[in-house]
Design a protein around this ligand. Structure first.
Ligand code: BGC
Length: 253
């Protein structure tokens, strides 16, 4: 089955590492995803071992095809350069080389929000959009993907914009809403400040909002006052896996 298998997408998150083979024609999983708890501490070596387990599990469906792996960090040519919400030992790790060593596969490692942006662009809320699309994920932190005329400008890190003296994700991530016990209205005020700053700096044509809380998008998106349309992501928690698999094939071909 080598080379004819489906590409595999793997999403490395704080609590789980999730993977599934992806049919890129449809933008769908070909088998239910496998989720394994993220090892603690989530060192590069420990995570690479779990990634290898997931690769083994889907060996039959994916054959020798490429794998795409997301991490919640800046990634340049396979090397991780930041660690806002992951173990500091990731910094300067050549994650592509490490995972390739473990799995023997062709590997692409990319930022988690960039992967989600790619997935929404091809199969979801930003499908067919021209101009500038900014996807943000609201979760433990805030991730972002900048896409212009269908091309990703990677590692935008708009969750770390400094706004009113704060790192934006420390005020407006959905984890902050939970941790500080903010009401929807209190959190919406912070989101308003965040998205109006994004809009002032980038003038996007469309803003897409992902992350688990986008399930409740009707509670907050309609209350934001912005020029650009702001819509919920459509692929939910599948976006990272699908976008990673898409990118892996794009870069391997
Ligand atoms: C990281 C980003 C990541 C985002 C969402 C931020 O803290 O700096 O790289 O995309 O969290 O996980």
């Amino acid at each position: 089955m080598a080379k004819k298998g489906y590409p595999l997408g793997i999403d490395v998150g704080g609590s789980g590492i999730k993977g599934a083979p992806v049919d890129l024609k449809k933008g769908e999983f070909t088998k239910s995803r496998l989720k394994i708890a993220t090892p603690q501490p989530a060192t590069p070596e420990a995570v690479a071992q779990v990634v290898d387990e997931i690769v083994d599990e889907f060996e039959k469906e994916t054959g020798g095809s490429p794998i795409g792996v997301t991490v919640p960090a800046v990634v340049i040519r396979g090397t991780v350069l930041s660690a806002a919400n992951i173990a500091p030992s990731w910094i300067n790790t050549d994650a592509e080389a490490l995972i390739k060593e473990h799995t023997g596969r062709s590997v692409t490692v990319l930022n988690d929000a960039d992967a989600a942006g790619i997935a929404e662009l091809h199969y979801g809320a930003a499908k067919g959009e021209h101009g500038l699309v900014i996807l943000t994920t609201l979760g433990t932190g805030i991730g972002s993907a900048l896409i212009h005329d269908g091309r990703l400008i990677p590692n935008s890190e708009l969750g770390h914009l400094e706004i009113d003296g704060y790192d934006a994700e420390d005020r407006a991530a959905s984890s902050v809403k939970d941790n500080e016990g903010l009401s929807w209205d209190e959190w919406i005020e912070r989101l308003q400040r965040y998205y109006e700053t994004i809009e002032a700096l980038f003038s996007p044509d469309l803003i897409v909002v992902g992350g688990g809380v986008s399930r409740d998008s009707d509670k907050f998106l309609p209350k934001l006052r912005l020029r650009a349309p702001i819509v919920p992501a459509e692929l939910r928690n599948k976006a990272g896996i699908i976008g990673a698999a898409h990118r892996a094939v794009d870069l391997a071909s």
